[in-house]
Design a protein around this ligand. Structure first.
Ligand SMILES: *Cc1c(COP(=O)(O)O)cnc(C)c1O
Length: 382
């Protein structure tokens, strides 16, 4: 009777035999690291995204660190990062020796915009990292214009956005480079840790390949201090089985989002708002209400999975407080206080959506204020 927060297992179950067969073939081959499965997966992911290069690495956090360095970010550079995201987005900046400058997010779409990033620019700014939060693409047109005007690198953190679209492109094909995570709960989730860097830039791809292998192009001469950060062939073999299903899974997630909206949940809660030109892939379905903690308690009692993400935003995290801006970040702070993720996944059916909606209605939380103006109403699914 319970509805889990992540309904991913039912979508994976029919594919597990094929995953096991392909992984068994890898075991027999003896090629476990940077072998043919990794190379094939990199090519297939690049084709799916519509970019020239994908570089597989050990996880999405390393993907960010390596991409930043490949884009030329280093000691003392400033990098603008939204304060509403997973810790890793800023952690990677600090691990490059650079300084994260936290910007606000749009109060409706919860992503970095040109207007929210611009006040953070200064003479030492080197890059912007828009995060496609919960699968909702940041407005890349205006961020591209801002980056070009100021000579900044534009790195998409697309860890939550595999399968999302913006205009006629995939999320991950919009910046100078993009990073993905294959952590099991992500929309393209593997069977352990994994990550990738996507780029159209030959030089960035070459540097990323070098940095993932101890700063070496030929595995003998080390021309840079890099990392040991590689995607395993066992992971790549599994991900190659899943990738062809990602488009269908994304459509199913969008269908579930439309089904939530059709229940009338929006009378009680603020529902997710897509970026203009964006097609969200609903990594999470995050609603907002001032009575968030009440609602969470009611849903827990009703056996409905729900969780508050990023309720302590990055500029208030102990490890990052030294980078906090002088003033408040009102969009981030309101979202951190009011957000709650409801169940979402490629196998979330109408019956489960109805059960969640019923549990929300029974919780009887106060209606949301109608003040979130900027984005467009969420599109219907499909
Ligand atoms: C998951 C995630 C990461 C980090 O990915 P890992 O594979 O867990 O290292 C980075 N940024 C965002 C926004 C994420 O959601």
């Amino acid at each position: 009777m319970s509805v889990p927060l992540f309904a991913t297992a039912p979508a994976l179950r029919p594919l597990l035999d094929e995953v096991a067969e392909r992984q068994a073939a890898v075991l027999r081959s003896g090629q476990y690291i940077l072998g043919p499965e990794v190379e094939a997966f990199e090519a297939e992911l690049a084709a799916f995204l519509g970019v020239r290069h994908c570089v597989g690495v050990a996880n999405g956090t390393d993907a960010l660190t390596i991409a930043l360095r490949a884009l030329g970010v280093g000691e003392g550079d400033e990098v603008v990062v939204p304060a509403l995201t997973f810790f890793a987005t800023a952690e990677a900046v600090v691990n490059c020796g650079a300084i994260p400058v936290f910007c606000d997010v749009d109060p409706a779409t919860l992503v970095m915009t040109g207007a929210s990033a611009e006040p953070c620019l200064g003479p030492r700014t080197r890059a912007l990292i828009p995060v496609h939060l919960y699968g909702n693409p940041a407005p890349m047109d205006e961020l591209r214009a801002l980056a070009s005007a100021h000579g900044l690198a534009l790195l998409e953190d697309a860890a939550q956005a595999a399968g999302a679209r913006y205009g006629d492109k995939m999320a991950g094909a919009l910046g100078d480079a993009a990073t993905f995570s294959f952590f099991p709960s992500k929309n393209l989730g593997g069977f352990g840790d994994g990550g990738a860097i996507a780029t159209d830039d030959d030089e960035v791809a070459k540097l990323a390949r070098r940095l993932r292998f101890h700063g070496s192009d030929d595995r003998q001469t080390h021309v840079d201090i890099g990392y040991n950060s590689r995607l395993d062939d066992l992971q790549a073999a599994g991900l190659r089985v899943l990738l062809p299903h990602l488009a269908d899974w994304t459509a199913a997630r969008r269908g579930a989002a439309a089904a939530y909206e059709a229940t009338g949940l929006g009378d009680q809660l603020t529902l997710p708002v897509e970026t203009p030109r964006g097609k969200c892939c609903y990594h999470l379905y995050v609603v907002r209400t001032p009575a968030r903690d009440d609602l969470a308690a009611h849903l827990a009692a009703a056996d409905v999975g729900a969780r508050a993400y990023y309720s302590t935003p990055l500029h208030q995290q102990p490890a990052l407080r030294r980078f906090a801006p002088a003033g408040p970040l009102p969009g981030v702070e309101a979202a951190a206080a009011e957000s709650l993720a409801l169940p979402m996944g490629p196998a979330l059916g109408e019956a489960e959506v109805a059960r969640v909606a019923e549990a929300v209605r029974a919780a009887d939380v106060e209606p949301a204020p109608q003040s979130h103006a900027q984005g467009e109403a969420v599109a219907s699914g499909g």
